[in-house]
Design a protein around this ligand. Structure first.
Ligand code: DXP
Length: 254
């Protein structure tokens, strides 16, 4: 199972806690999928109050607070400090949004905030793009985990740039990596694991499904299938057809 900052988590499924139709549905989705980490937003916690925190505590899994909605380094750093106090963890999923429409990360702000927070003892999980140069800068800034995007948050489009993600995975084979955001279907999660990534983080695809608990379980099964396939050393695709049935014993027609 994936290890992040010396902590092994019970499942490669990291699940967000926003957008569910009710707290009971949220709890069902977590239980049925056996998700390994719950991501929470400080803003959500502020709005939901003590009941929400109680619900998360009852899940009894590690909590990864995030700086969702932060558009500047200052805002993200301040939010991370507040989250550390509220959730009593030094883990922080760092989002510094650079574009209001696409919610694309701001690479410059992200690196700066990652450095400030790492120096202050945070264990940073940066939400980033699949850019390998940016990844190297984040590692230099103190990050020991990377969270490249699959597609923009909330789109459910699956992997926009599989080639870029594969390249990133190959460039830093020892770094734990979580593909975060934009996944819409369990098959997208299987694809991530087949590429050798360690985990996925998703929210909208489960929370907005007609049956969130069933969809969460579907993702959990797909992650397992993808990981099994990756570990089983899959065949290389080839261009030319090659018969899978031996030709020996074939009838000869004159
Ligand atoms: C929950 C959380 O952290 C989101 O910001 C995350 O990026 C998930 O994205 P999707 O909602 O697209 O799965």
């Amino acid at each position: 199972m994936p290890v992040f900052y010396e902590t092994e988590i019970a499942s490669p499924l990291m699940l967000g806690t926003a957008l569910y139709p009710s707290p009971d549905v949220l709890a069902d989705a977590f239980r049925r999928s056996g998700a390994g980490v719950a991501t929470v937003s400080l803003r959500r916690e502020s709005a939901g109050g003590g009941d929400f925190w109680e619900l998360i505590r009852e899940l009894d899994i590690p909590v990864l607070p995030n700086t969702a909605g932060c558009h500047s380094v200052r805002e993200a750093v301040t939010t991370a400090h507040m989250a550390r106090e509220v959730f009593d963890t030094d883990w922080i999923k760092l989002e510094v949004i650079g574009h209001a429409d696409t919610l694309q990360p701001d690479p410059f702000g992200l690196v700066e905030a990652a450095r400030i927070l790492s120096e202050d003892g945070f264990r940073v999980f940066p939400y980033t793009t699949e850019d390998g140069v940016l990844a190297g800068k984040l590692l230099d800034a103190g990050c020991e985990v990377l969270m490249p995007w699959g597609a923009p948050i909330g789109t459910g489009r699956g992997l926009m740039n599989p080639y870029g993600l594969r390249t990133l995975r190959a460039q830093f084979p020892e770094v734990p990596m979580v593909v975060d955001a934009g996944l819409g279907l369990p098959s997208h999660a299987a694809q991530v694991m087949e590429m050798g990534f360690d985990a996925v983080l998703l929210n909208t695809a489960v929370a907005q499904a007609g049956d969130p608990a069933a969809m969460a379980e579907g993702f959990a099964l797909a992650l397992r299938a993808g990981k099994l396939a990756y570990d089983a050393d899959p065949m290389e695709p080839r261009d030319m057809a090659q018969p899978s049935t031996p030709l020996m014993g074939l009838a000869v027609l004159e």
